[in-house]
Design a protein around this ligand. Sequence first.
Ligand code: MLT
Length: 239
Amino acid sequence: MEIDVFATLNGIPDEAINNKTTIVVDVLRATTTITVALAAGCLEVIPVLSPEEAIEMRGRLEDERVLLGGERNAVKIPGFDLGNSPLEYTAEVVAGKRLIMTTTNGTRAIRRAAGGRQVVLGAMINAPAVARHVAAATTDITIVCAGTRDRFSLEDFLTAGLIVAELTDQGDFSLRDGALTARDYYYSHHSDLATAMKASFHGRLLAELGLEADMDFCAQVGTSDLVPVYSGGVIKKVG
Ligand code: MLT
């Protein structure tokens, strides 16, 4: 089986997604936050592209269990229940709830990966669990980095490299150039992932907003065994 990594959504050929096992990465912070929300007992997450779509869907669902979560410019959207910090998504707040979520890059990347045979969400906190889950895949594996508004994001590429390293520790895979480079990048920073993350463009923006604690949380490797899977328009935990 082959693994490839795409550093942005720009120019990913359909054949790299369709019928492949796809892993979507937006480590700061959407895929981390969704993993945390599901681990805290959130029933499902519905990723949508805009705040307007989220508000319209909440009206249509007429379900008092629905919460709206997400961000624009890393800040909670006016009228929403929650922002995009993983630290907000505690069991007290999200257990038994359905979450409609929109983020600048993460939910867009999830929707782009929708044609995959299996679409999994990856972050640092669940990278070993994601690798164990997809290691037995019978298709090639495509890792899609959400990036930042169609530009390269260091932290997503670093996380993709971690997932590639976890996969190649477990089995024989053929690595395309994106996967080889991402893994090398991860190897060169693996001893201090938080510092590497904080040096990124998005990391510096989050630091300006006083969100260092979010980055320290997002840089922990393997603290969650939860694997989110996107299917039929909804993200749920595996199993
Ligand atoms: C995104 O989807 O662009 C991010 O999750 C932004 C953020 O850090 O809130």
